[in-house]
Design a protein around this ligand. Structure first.
Ligand code: NAG
Length: 405
């Protein structure tokens, strides 16, 4: 009798489970540079109803009573399970958008793989973040002013192996109770644009950049400095949610990250997809996916390291929405230009800051010559073998690439 009841309720809940899922996402917003397997092949790749995150270690951070965070309550009803709801949505932020921060979670045994190489923001609770809109040592932040981009950003960063703990909240420009633009949470954040249903995906290289909609050089609102300094930022859990153990790994629970130069079965030291990239027909050759070239540039041609020359970075860099060069910093109101956060560290010769910054990393986002991607020196600090592949980076990330020896 009991068994019969049990099996009835089991098959009932199974019936509920299989009938729950909605069609989501509604259409593909996967651009060429998005990492991960081609979305349109998912059924072939993962089987009917299969998901790219099946069997992964990721799990949703549920509320104390086991229910879903508010912006995901609808998704937890309409989707097969809560993990799918958290990783895919649909989120409900009233279509005011969202922003997510990925924090390093190695203290809990979750290897960061490629996360540390692309830190891009600072929490609005340190002097560095309040003073420097470009300070970027706390994690990776990305968001959008549209709700349905969430699925695509998560899928892309999952396969880029930006592994860690993901904390997301509602509201980009506005919305929720603590939108990003309140200047209270993060000093900067990248933007994921909406790819529309009618757009030709062949013309979309990267929805994560090139749209000039990032939260760049805006910084933390100084009026929060006295209340928030050196203490956890008070956040409204009603508009936020978290995913633990986020990101792709070959093996669930794999040990902490490998040395960047050693080939490893876990992950190659690139920021790109470990899985075949969608369509693989990108006309822009991406140096980070090319085989590691093992010809060090500085093959000790110089055994007189104590006198490195003070040089500007040869690379263009971003100031707000504009692309700048060290020539720009030296012209016009040069003193003012060099005083902008991070500029003198990018252009120490031009800005007359050789004493301080000759051997320092650039303090700006700069543009890689090969592919137009914007990076910061963290990209090289995390993986110094990249200094060999991108030889000009040595004069840009002078500390991370040991320019001064
Ligand atoms: C700064 O804020 C972050 C996020 O809220 C928090 O994890 C961290 O502990 C805070 N830093 C300090 C020094 O309290």
């Amino acid at each position: 009798m009991f068994l019969k009841l049990l099996s009835t309720s089991l098959s009932l809940s199974l019936a509920v489970l299989t009938s729950a899922d909605i069609t989501w996402p509604l259409y593909s917003q996967q651009c060429r540079d998005d990492a991960g397997p081609p979305f349109l092949d998912d059924e072939e790749t993962f089987g009917q109803g299969g998901k790219y995150h099946d069997g992964s270690a990721a799990y949703p951070q549920l509320l104390e009573d086991g229910s879903c965070a508010k912006p995901l309550q609808g998704a937890c009803v309409s989707r097969d399970d809560k993990k799918t709801a958290y990783l895919e949505g649909p989120i409900d932020c009233g279509n005011k958008g969202w922003y997510c921060r990925i924090y390093n979670d190695e203290e809990n045994g979750w290897a960061n793989i490629n996360l540390v190489g692309d830190y891009n923001f600072g929490n609005c609770n340190s002097t560095s973040s309040f003073e420097d809109a470009g300070y970027d040592r706390d994690g990776h932040c990305h968001g959008s002013s549209v709700d349905n981009t969430y699925y695509w950003w998560i899928r892309d960063h999952w396969h880029r192996q930006y592994n860690g703990r993901v904390r997301c909240c509602c509201g980009w420009y506005e919305g929720g109770t603590q939108p990003l633009f309140s200047g209270r949470i993060a000093n900067r954040c990248d933007y994921r644009r909406l790819v529309t249903e009618t757009e030709n995906l062949d013309n979309c290289r990267d929805a994560n950049e090139g749209h000039n909609l990032g939260y760049d050089d805006i910084g933390c609102d100084a009026s929060y400095q006295s209340s928030q300094l050196n203490t956890p930022i008070p956040e409204d859990d009603d508009v936020c949610w978290e995913i633990q153990r986020f990101g792709f790994t070959e093996e669930v629970g794999s040990p902490p990250t490998q040395s960047p130069d050693a080939p490893s079965p876990v992950a190659s030291p690139t920021t790109e997809s470990p899985v075949a990239s969608p369509s693989t027909s990108s006309p822009v050759s991406d140096p980070t996916t090319s085989a590691p070239v093992s010809s060090p540039v500085n093959d000790d041609e110089d055994d007189d390291p104590e006198e490195a020359e003070c040089v500007d970075s040869p690379l263009d860099f971003m100031v707000g929405l504009r692309i700048r060069t060290c020539n720009w910093a030296g012209n016009g109101n040069s003193a003012k230009r060099c005083a902008k956060p991070g500029v003198a560290k990018h252009c120490p010769a031009t800005c007359g800051k050789c004493d301080e910054f000759k051997c320092a990393d650039s303090g700006r986002r700069f543009i890689l010559e090969e592919n137009g991607k914007k990076k910061r020196c963290g990209f090289f600090a995390n993986n110094p073998s990249r200094c060999d592949r991108f030889d000009y980076a040595v004069e840009t990330c002078r500390e991370s690439c040991s320019y001064c020896g």
